[in-house]
Design a protein around this ligand. Structure first.
Ligand SMILES: C[S@@+](CC[C@H](N)C(=O)[O-])C[C@H]1O[C@@H](n2cnc3c(N)ncnc32)[C@H](O)[C@@H]1O
Length: 154
C-alpha cells in the first residue's frame, strides 16, 4: 500500500477506513515529524480502540463517514492533501457513495498528490478512471488474500 508514498514530501495525509489501525501504525512509522495524518473510520468501536492504542501527536482520528472529508479538512484547517490512503470496502458499498468518496478525495488532492486504494477485485477500476487521469493497478501477492493496489493521480 505504502510502497510508492514519498514520505520525504508527505506533509498532509488522509487515511480512510482505519479498522484495527495496521496501516495507521505503518504510516506513523514513516511520516515526517511535522506531518499530519487525518484518519477517518465509521465504526466507533475501532475508533475507540485505536484512540487507546495509538498515541501520536501527528494523528487526528475522527469517527465518521469518509464522504464527510471536506468538512473534516475545513475543521482542521488542512490544506491540499499529499496522499489519501484508503482501505474502504468499495466492493460492498453503494456505488453513489463510492463515487462521492472518490470525488471528494480527488477534489482535495494536491496536483501531484496520489489516491491509493486496495481491493480484492478490479471492479472499482472504472469508477477510479472516471475521476483520475492515471490509474495504475499493482498486485500485492504477499497479502492474504492477494490484493490489487490502485495508485491514482490527477
Ligand atoms: C478492510 S477494513 C480496514 C482494515 C484496516 N486496514 C486495518 O488495518 O484493520 C475497512 C474499514 O473501513 C471502514 N469503513 C467502511 N465504510 C466507511 C466509510 N464510509 N467511512 C469511513 N470508514 C468506513 C470499516 O468500518 C472498516 O473498519
Amino acid at each position: 500500500m505504502l510502497r510508492d508514498v514519498d514520505f520525504a514530501r508527505a506533509r498532509h495525509v488522509v487515511q480512510l477506513g482505519v479498522g484495527t489501525g495496521c496501516i495507521t501504525r505503518a504510516l506513523l512509522k514513516e511520516l515526517r515529524p511535522d506531518a499530519r495524518l487525518l484518519s477517518v473510520e465509521l465504526n466507533p468501536v475501532f475508533v475507540e480502540e485505536c484512540r487507546e492504542e495509538i498515541v501520536d501527536g501527528r494523528l487526528v482520528l475522527r469517527q465518521g463517514c469518509a464522504s464527510e472529508l471536506p468538512a473534516l479538512l475545513a475543521e482542521l484547517g488542512m490544506p491540499e492533501i499529499d496522499y489519501v490512503i484508503s482501505s474502504l470496502p468499495f466492493a460492498i458499498m453503494d456505488a453513489a457513495m463510492v463515487d462521492r468518496i472518490i470525488a471528494v478525495s480527488a477534489d482535495h488532492l494536491a496536483p501531484d498528490g496520489m489516491f491509493v486504494q486496495y481491493q480484492y477485485s478490479l471492479r472499482q477500476r472504472a469508477a477510479l478512471e472516471r475521476r483520475f487521469r492515471e490509474v495504475y493497478v499493482g498486485f500485492a501477492l504477499a497479502n492474504i488474500p492477494p490484493a490489487y493496489v490502485y495508485e491514482c493521480t490527477l
